[in-house]
Design a protein around this ligand. Structure first.
Ligand SMILES: CC(C)(COP(=O)(O)OP(=O)(O)OC[C@H]1O[C@@H](n2cnc3c(N)ncnc32)[C@H](O[C@H]2O[C@H](COP(=O)(O)OP(=O)(O)OP(=O)(O)O)[C@@H](O)[C@H]2O)[C@@H]1O)[C@@H](O)C(=O)NCCC(=O)NCCS
Ligand SMILES: Nc1ncnc2[nH]cnc12
Length: 285
């Protein structure tokens, strides 16, 4: 992370910057299959790139507040979990006010909020595994103030047993740590450009994730198409290869036909970009 010009920012402000930048970079990354990007709105009718940017920027105070709460708490316990839940719900309300009621970043608030708090708790130990473990420990604590969810994710849990965003965090972000981040690093090491490496990371997440956004919109056929199609792109050589790009076009056509949008995978890509950068904080605050 380039911190020279940002030295006067507090740690909480730096973490909020990193979180918002990760959201904006995820939104801008193009061509993402069936997701909002620079080309258009993918499978969505109510989202646009401008809305994704506005939503990301509106979340900056929430991320700063989460980092401050974690820094002040200094330990992972129920009061911290419940403070983060309250700040997260206020952040969701701010997001909905900004977007006119459209859910742009609910999953990202959850994943990035936990990771921001985990980073603020121990800024000198932000290697990915340590960060994910602390985030998981927070996510495992019950938030007694949380309303019983009747979310799309809760419905997908009842219908398919898919525990979605909650479980991904409680298990320490396995899809991100075992698939997204290693693929980002491997594609970079193999000489792919940064955009291609990020797209490969997204595909590695899509190939594994049980994305409740996809399940909600397109059921098991959509989930299978997403996972198999993403795997096919990577097996063909990834997004930096012509064969991979051909497969990517086929994957997008399939997802659009099914109205499937890998919104959960997109959130985890943003979390992956955050983790990739936050390691640079060590010793620099
Ligand atoms: C614990 C919560 C995450 C709530 O979880 P739950 O599953 O009950 O709720 P959902 O509202 O369904 O939100 C979960 C969002 O997480 C993303 N996601 C999906 N699967 C996964 C996964 N396996 N791993 C990680 N992340 C995942 C996904 O977000 C994206 O999709 C959103 C659009 O979805 P949706 O509105 O359902 O659908 P549309 O496509 O718009 O459908 P139509 O209406 O058009 O038909 C978009 O926002 C993406 O971000 C899931 O949607 C947590 O949110 C919670 O408890 N919050 C309370 C406050 C709190 O404690 N905060 C924590 C502070 S750290
Ligand atoms: N780029 C994107 N398109 C659609 N839904 C998303 N949720 C998070 N990022 C998204």
């Amino acid at each position: 992370m380039q911190l020279r010009e940002a030295r006067q920012l507090s740690l909480a402000e730096q973490l909020a910057d990193l979180a918002v930048e990760a959201l904006i970079d995820e939104a801008d990354l193009t061509p993402k299959p069936a997701l909002v990007d620079r080309r258009g709105s993918g499978a969505h009718r109510d989202l646009s790139l401008g809305l994704m940017h506005a939503s990301a920027l509106a979340l900056w105070p929430m991320f700063r507040e989460m980092a401050e709460a974690a820094g002040e708490a200094g330990a992972i316990d129920q009061p911290l979990r419940e403070a983060l839940g309250r700040i997260g719900r206020d952040g969701e309300a701010q997001m909905l006010a900004t977007t006119g009621g459209v859910n742009t970043h609910r999953g990202a608030i959850w994943a990035l909020g936990l990771l921001v708090a985990a980073a603020a708790l121990e800024p000198d130990d932000c290697i990915p595994a340590a960060l994910a473990l602390r985030a998981a420990r927070i996510a495992l604590i019950e938030d007694r103030q949380a309303p019983t969810p009747d979310s799309h994710g809760a419905r997908m849990a009842r219908r398919y047993g898919a525990r979605g965003a909650r479980e991904e965090a409680q298990l320490g972000f396995p899809t991100l740590l075992l698939h997204g981040l290693p693929r980002l690093q491997a594609s970079r090491a193999a000489g792919a450009g940064e955009a291609h490496a990020r797209l490969d990371a997204l595909l590695a997440i899509m190939a594994e994730l049980v994305d409740t956004c996809v399940l909600w919109r397109s059921g098991l056929p959509g989930l299978n198409s997403m996972q198999r199609g993403a795997r096919a792109v990577l097996d063909a050589g990834g997004c930096a290869s012509l064969a991979g790009r051909r497969r990517l076009r086929l994957l997008e056509a399939d997802l659009l036909r099914l109205n499937a949008s890998p919104g959960g995978a997109a959130d985890l890509l943003a979390a992956c970009l955050f983790i990739d950068r936050v390691g640079g904080l060590s010793g620099s605050h």
